[in-house]
Ligand binder design. Structure first.
Ligand SMILES: [Fe+2]
Length: 279
């Protein structure tokens, strides 16, 4: 099943496939051109990691793609060609600049926002993502000398990808997928919908000090963690330097309103499905 939020401009932002247990097949990143993918292939191989190519098709929903596992074991895919969004007539927006109408059922988040992973060594993984993949390091959370988390993006979002420390034995785990809602009211409405329909909440509604966003975390039926959130800082400075959240202020980075973080939150929820080729 191919899913997209109503203002996602890509053909899909999430693919669900049937499997005996929850797992992460891959996380896909789009680059501008084939040359960018070839350039990344060289950099990843220079870093000592294996790469392979898969052929584009209707099943993948995009053109040819480079695949590799990051040092922390995250299954990455990089592609450049995508099919345009072509919604059925009843879903088309009157506004040519909108990929489809606003939906009016369920939580109806606007767009995909970010993905977060649990990895053994946040510093090692962040350096790979920044130095090899070119993803800007925006801020990090530190307990004493130990990096607890790092948040990164290629665009002006506070993060497109984040890492938090977890024991994964080299096989980085999916921690959560986040979708963006337009307002705090929409996040609260999502909380009501979940509880009304018997799903419960894992953490929140609350506020992260780091991004300043209002969050809500819950699990979908197979156990993966999903976040619906809104707000959050945007980055426009071309010379942005990563900001440290450490010392006394560190706990406020996770929970600015003292909404206690449950112990379960440090757990990743899905291992990469294809561990056979992972480092
Ligand atoms: Fe998040």
């Amino acid at each position: 099943v191919y899913l997209r939020a109503w203002q996602d401009f890509d053909h899909h932002t999430l693919i669900l496939t049937e499997a005996p247990e929850p797992g992460l097949a891959h996380i896909g990143w789009r680059v501008a051109t084939r040359e960018d993918a070839l350039d990344l292939e060289r950099k990843v191989e220079d870093a000592g990691l294996a790469t392979r190519w898969i052929e584009g098709s209707e099943i993948t929903g995009h053109g040819d793609a480079l695949r590799f596992f990051t040092p922390g074991g995250l299954p990455f895919e990089v592609y450049w060609e995508v099919s345009p969004v072509d919604p059925p007539e009843e879903m088309r927006s009157l506004m040519p600049s909108h990929p489809s109408r606003r939906t009016h059922y369920g939580a109806a988040p606007r767009r995909v926002d970010h993905v977060t992973f649990a990895v053994d060594d946040v510093v090692l993984e962040q350096r790979f993502l920044t130095d090899v993949c070119g993803i800007r390091h925006n801020y990090y959370s530190q307990t004493g000398d130990e990096r607890w988390g790092s948040w990164m993006s290629c665009n002006n979002l506070s993060h497109e990808i984040a890492l938090i420390r977890g024991a994964t034995n080299g096989h980085g785990m999916l921690h959560h997928v986040a979708y963006y809602a337009d307002s705090v009211e929409d996040v609260l409405r999502c909380a009501d919908l979940l509880v009304d329909h018997g799903y419960g909440l894992e953490w929140g509604p609350g506020k992260h000090g780091t991004s300043g966003a209002t969050f809500l975390y819950f699990r979908e039926p197979s156990g993966n963690r999903v976040e619906v959130w809104t707000g959050g800082l945007l980055i426009f400075a071309p010379d942005w330097k990563a900001i440290e959240w450490g010392g006394d202020v560190q706990p406020l980075g996770n929970s600015y309103w003292s909404t206690p973080m449950p112990d379960s939150f440090v757990e990743g929820t899905s291992l990469p499905r294809d561990l056979a080729v992972a480092p």
